[in-house]
Design a protein around this ligand. Structure first.
Ligand SMILES: [Zn+2]
Ligand SMILES: [Zn+2]
Length: 233
């Protein structure tokens, strides 16, 4: 059986390929300048056709951005250019993608140590990306069947105002930075995001997701996680 969710490690952040019966979706787009790496990884999962488990660039039906942070949408414009797939993001985070900057007011450290580390020059990663006018700026939850994937997009705000997650009918959740591997993914346990717009809203979103009982959670930094009892919130 072919795997539905393929985790692509781009160094600082994971992006994901979801292979559905009728098409494929890329979840997040990495830092700026990573399109070559991501497309090469997609090509590793390319064979003659989707039904044979492969994904050609033109099989991509959607590039879904989980939230407006540069490390998650940095290569979105180039990936759209090279695959033809539209870029979608929640309307509340869309301006960040349009301007190629981090979503404002969403980099508040959730732990004092993060605040200290973030003052070290260069630690935070790129802060600018090529501007990208989203093709789709959605406000409500929606199903992904039109893009060939059996699953839905959930609103899970907190890390940023417009943070979203994907829950597949087969039980996999892809949650962006709603949950992070502790120490930016260095520890194999799930923790809260190290920065957030509203940590209490994030906790509410984690509880909502947990209530939907996903069987595995893929995250932007570290993971994946299967033991939901470890979830923060
Ligand atoms: Zn983030
Ligand atoms: Zn991130």
């Amino acid at each position: 059986m072919t795997k539905t969710v393929i985790q692509i490690n781009t160094g600082a952040v994971n992006v994901f390929l979801i292979r559905g019966d009728g098409g494929a979706i890329l979840v997040d787009a990495g830092n700026p300048g990573q399109a070559d790496h991501i497309l090469a990884q997609l090509a590793e999962h390319t064979s003659t056709s989707l039904s044979a488990g492969g994904v050609a660039p033109h099989d991509l039906r959607l590039i879904l951005i989980t939230h407006g942070h540069v490390d998650h949408f940095g290569s979105a414009a180039e990936l759209r250019e090279r695959t033809g797939a539209p870029v979608a993001i929640h309307a509340l985070d869309a301006d960040a993608v349009r301007q190629g900057i981090h979503q404002p007011d969403s980099l508040n450290p959730t732990h004092w140590l993060v605040g200290v580390v973030m003052r070290i020059p260069g630690v935070g990663g790129p802060t600018r990306a090529p501007a990208c006018e989203p093709d789709i700026a959605f406000e409500n939850e929606f199903r992904l069947d039109d893009y060939g994937v059996a699953g839905r997009v959930l609103l899970t705000p907190g890390h940023t105002p417009g943070s979203v997650s994907v829950l597949l009918d087969s039980g996999e959740a892809l949650v962006g930075d709603l949950v992070m591997g502790r120490l930016m993914g260095l520890l194999p346990k799930p923790g809260p995001p190290i920065v957030a717009w509203d940590l209490e809203r994030n906790r509410e979103s984690v509880r909502r997701l947990a209530a939907l009982a996903p069987r595995i959670i893929y995250v932007g930094h570290g993971g994946p996680f299967e033991n939901l009892s470890d979830l923060p919130g």
